[in-house]
Write a protein that binds this ligand. Structure first.
Ligand code: GCB
Length: 592
């Protein structure tokens, strides 16, 4: 399988041409356009986009406008027949290109779920696996001025060896779910850069620049005009140079999300970005932002549109509505669960001042022993870090959610992810949403949970999920619960808790699925967590109801997980106001 070449970052600020809009499609449940009848690769697959030339020609497929799908977008919510579809769909887009000898062209996909096989003008470029991270392929050698066609087979099949594995509590939206761009760059271009405050420093900018192309050795300047700083370096034979220079900057924070215009200028290329500078670190049980202890007042989010009857979110407007809701709750933090969200989310978080927990879909029980699964997870992590490493909002790289402790293979798998995150980005903190259930001590009236997990030591921040009052007993039980940890020297976050509540369904506080039950559960759970001395953050589950095939209860769930404090139609439930008040008080008390 030809892997995509390294990622071009910050495509938004480069010369690009949108390939969004209508794509012609063919639904191919049996992969007839991919395999022949003996399951060998079909040489004359649908990617050839052939047309009959003679009336006796037999061509048994055709891309036609009547079968359009919109990109970006999931297929499930665009065509009723595709609501539960998890097979392959072929997408085709026609386009012309203004070619030039000294430019290179890449097709950039924000994401395609789950596997994408990409072809240009009938030639295979390669494949990408993983539904939530960006990738690109170079088209330069294949383009002509007129009549180009890109064909992508997107397959949304689930499997136990995949990342995520076959069972998830969210909808497996298939398709070209994020923007597709034709990116135009010079022969030698600035492909990537890392420009952040140096680990532990508040006045040293450090990082590197990576060029791509034949003219590897160049002078490259990094400028922050508003701060009056500029540094020039010379790239080596591999087009790489490190940077480090002092700068007096206004630090980025949720209260003051200051972004600077940063300009990287090589001899052959120039890219502009908007970058915030802040320092995130831990000291004992504290998380420090710019040297000061902070409590993360958070909420979890899935990447689903805030607008009714839509599926995956991808647009800037959608990101802004979702994050405005989080701000309305008095949050300074969002957990973008359970996979990498689109770049509009992290860009909006940068602008709006929300700290971000970014995550990959290593979820529940994976094929821990499988090397390909591990490499796939590492690749998804690397793509996420590549894309978002210059975003001030992103402070936590999370490597997994609710995986089994005391399992050697799992620990090895996760450790490789943590090490990769540290290698690629020494400035941010690592975490994982763990279970807390392992060392519980019961007495007659009290339950004590002790945080212990065989991965705990390896993480900067120990996070755990627990639904006391929903999965464990009823809300009143929260009064009898105490927490302890064996990691006295690390900050902790309760990364999930909550309860279901169907908007508009009312009853007393002991009637499950009612708004009142959810409201009471929030009151009790928040009071319980407020007593935990080692907590430095919370992200209840979840901002908005989200689709999940696991949620089948008729009349109540109907394919929706109802743990949102906002309904799928945007109505605030009673629990919303409980959380909002709790965070308001915290904000006033802790002055953060
Ligand atoms: C969890 C999972 C999350 C589920 C949630 C629930 O522990 O991490 O993906 O959606 O609980 O609602 O059960």
């Amino acid at each position: 399988m030809a892997q995509p070449p390294p990622l071009i970052i910050n495509v938004e600020h480069r010369r690009n041409f949108s390939l969004n809009g209508k794509w012609q499609t063919i639904v191919d449940l049996y992969d007839t356009g991919y395999y022949d009848s003996h399951m060998a690769l079909e040489e004359n697959g649908f990617f050839k986009n052939e047309k009959p030339r003679h009336r006796s020609d037999r061509i048994e497929y055709e891309f036609i406008p009547a079968n359009n799908l919109l990109v970006p977008g999931d297929w499930n919510t665009q065509r009723e027949k595709l609501y539960y579809y998890e097979g392959s769909i072929w997408y085709k887009k026609d386009f012309d290109a203004v070619l030039s000898k000294d430019r290179r062209f890449f097709v950039y996909f924000g994401a395609a779920n789950y596997r994408a096989d990409v072809y240009c003008n009938g030639v295979r470029l390669g494949a990408h696996v993983g539904g939530y991270t960006p990738f690109n392929f170079e088209l330069t050698a294949h383009l002509r001025r007129k009549g180009n066609f890109l064909v992508v087979r997107v397959n949304a099949g689930r499997s136990q060896e995949a990342v995520p594995m076959a069972m998830t509590d969210w909808w497996n939206y298939g398709g070209l779910t994020r923007s597709v761009l034709l990116v135009q760059v010079p022969k030698t271009f600035i492909r990537d850069y890392f420009i952040q405050l140096k680990k532990g420093s508040l006045d040293l900018v450090a990082g590197w620049v990576q060029l791509d192309g034949p003219k590897a050795r160049q002078r490259v300047a990094v400028r922050i005009p508003e701060a009056g700083v500029e540094q020039t370096v010379v790239t080596n034979a591999r087009g790489f140079a490190q940077i480090e220079f002092p700068a007096t900057l206004k630090w980025w924070s949720p209260e003051q999300p200051k972004l600077y215009r940063v300009i990287v200028t090589a001899e052959t290329d120039e890219v502009e970005d908007e970058i915030g500078f802040r320092c995130i670190e831990t000291r004992g049980a504290d998380i420090l932002l710019n040297g000061r202890p902070i409590f993360l007042r958070g909420i979890c989010l899935h990447e689903e549109s805030p607008f009714p009857n839509q599926g995956r979110a991808s647009r800037r407007e959608e990101a802004e509505v979702l994050l405005t809701w989080a701000k309305e709750l008095n949050c300074n933090f969002v957990r973008l669960a359970h996979y990498t969200h689109n770049e509009n989310m992290t860009r909006a978080a940068d602008r709006m001042g929300l700290l971000v927990w970014a995550e990959i879909p290593v979820y529940w029980n994976m094929a821990w022993k499988n090397r390909a699964t591990r490499e796939n997870a590492k690749n998804q992590l690397a793509e996420m870090i590549s894309r978002d490493k210059n975003k001030a909002s992103v402070v936590l790289w999370s490597v997994s959610n609710e995986t089994p402790s005391d399992l050697k293979e799992r620990d090895r798998f996760l450790l490789e992810l943590v090490q990769l995150a540290k290698r690629m980005d020494p400035t941010r903190l690592t975490t994982a949403a763990l279970h807390i259930g392992h060392a519980t001590v019961f007495t007659n009236t009290q339950t004590q949970f002790t945080m212990r997990d065989t991965m705990g030591e390896q993480l900067d921040v120990v996070s755990f999920n627990r639904y006391i009052g929903w999965y464990d007993a009823l809300p009143d039980h929260c009064d009898n619960v105490m927490f302890d940890t064996i990691y006295k020297n690390k900050p902790h976050i309760v990364s999930e808790f909550g309860a279901d509540g169907l908007a508009g369904y009312h009853g007393d506080r002991n009637t499950r699925w009612t708004e009142e039950f959810q409201e009471y559960s929030y009151k009790k759970q928040l009071a319980m967590y407020a007593r935990v001395p080692f907590l430095r953050g919370a992200s209840p589950w979840i901002l908005k109801d989200f689709r999940s095939p696991k949620r089948v209860l008729p009349g109540i769930q109907d394919d929706w997980n109802r743990k949102g404090v906002i309904s799928f139609q945007g109505e605030r439930k009673k629990a919303f106001y409980v959380l909002q008040r709790f965070y308001k008080k915290l904000k006033e008390e802790k002055l953060v």
